[in-house]
Design a protein around this ligand. Structure first.
Ligand code: FES
Ligand code: FES
Length: 171
C-alpha cells in the first residue's frame, strides 16, 4: 500500500487505507474529515457527530489502534493506516467482548456516546488488560456521556477486561 498522498489541481486527494480490514481506495476533497469520509463516503454511521470540536469523543475511531477524534482529523491523515470503526468490532456477527460487557452492565442508555466509548476502551485494554477504576477514568476522560453517570461504563470496561483475561488464560 502506498504511504503518501498528493493533492490534485482540483483540490482532491486520493487515499488508500484499510477500513475494518478491507482495503479502501477513494478520491475525495482534500478538506474532508475522517468522520465525513467514513460516514458519508463509506456509509458507516456508527461514529457520531456531536461537538465537532474534539471535546466529546462521540466520533472516536482507531487509527492503527490509537483513538482519534475523527471530526477533527482529516481523512488524508489516515493514508496508509488501518481505520477501525465500531462496525469492525462485530464484523463476524458476534459482539466484541467490550460491547457485550456494555450490554450486560447496563452501560448503554441513549447510546450516542457508546461507539466512541467502546473504541477508546478497546485501545485501553490493549495497552492495559487489567486497569484500575482510576486508570479507566483517566484514559476515558476524552469520552463524555450525558446519561449513565459513568459508573456502569467503568464496570463494563472492568468486566470486559476480566472476560478477555479469562479467555486468554491470564489471571
Ligand atoms: S464530535 Fe468529535 S469529539 Fe465531539
Ligand atoms: S448513553 Fe447517552 S450519552 Fe452516553
Amino acid at each position: 500500500m502506498t504511504t503518501t498522498t498528493r493533492m490534485t489541481e482540483t483540490g482532491t486527494i486520493t487515499i488508500d487505507a484499510t477500513v475494518n480490514g478491507r482495503p479502501v481506495h477513494a478520491t475525495i476533497a482534500a478538506q474532508t474529515t475522517l468522520l465525513d469520509f467514513v460516514r458519508e463516503e463509506l456509509g458507516l454511521r456508527g461514529a457520531k457527530r456531536s461537538c465537532d470540536v474534539q471535546v466529546c469523543g462521540a466520533c472516536t475511531m482507531l487509527l492503527d489502534g490509537t483513538p482519534v477524534s475523527s471530526c477533527c482529523t482529516l481523512a488524508w491523515e489516515a493514508q496508509g493506516k488501518a481505520i477501525t470503526t465500531i462496525e469492525g468490532l462485530s464484523a463476524h456477527g458476534s459482539l466484541d467482548p467490550i460491547q457485550q460487557a456494555f450490554v450486560d452492565t447496563g452501560a448503554v442508555q441513549c447510546g450516542f456516546c457508546t461507539s466512541g466509548m467502546v473504541l477508546t476502551a478497546k485501545s485501553l485494554l490493549a495497552d492495559n488488560p487489567s486497569p484500575s477504576r482510576d486508570d479507566i477514568t483517566a484514559y476515558m476522560s476524552g469520552n463524555l456521556c450525558r446519561c449513565t453517570g459513568y459508573w456502569r461504563i467503568i464496570d463494563a470496561i472492568q468486566l470486559a477486561g476480566e472476560r478477555m483475561r479469562d479467555k486468554d488464560g491470564g489471571s
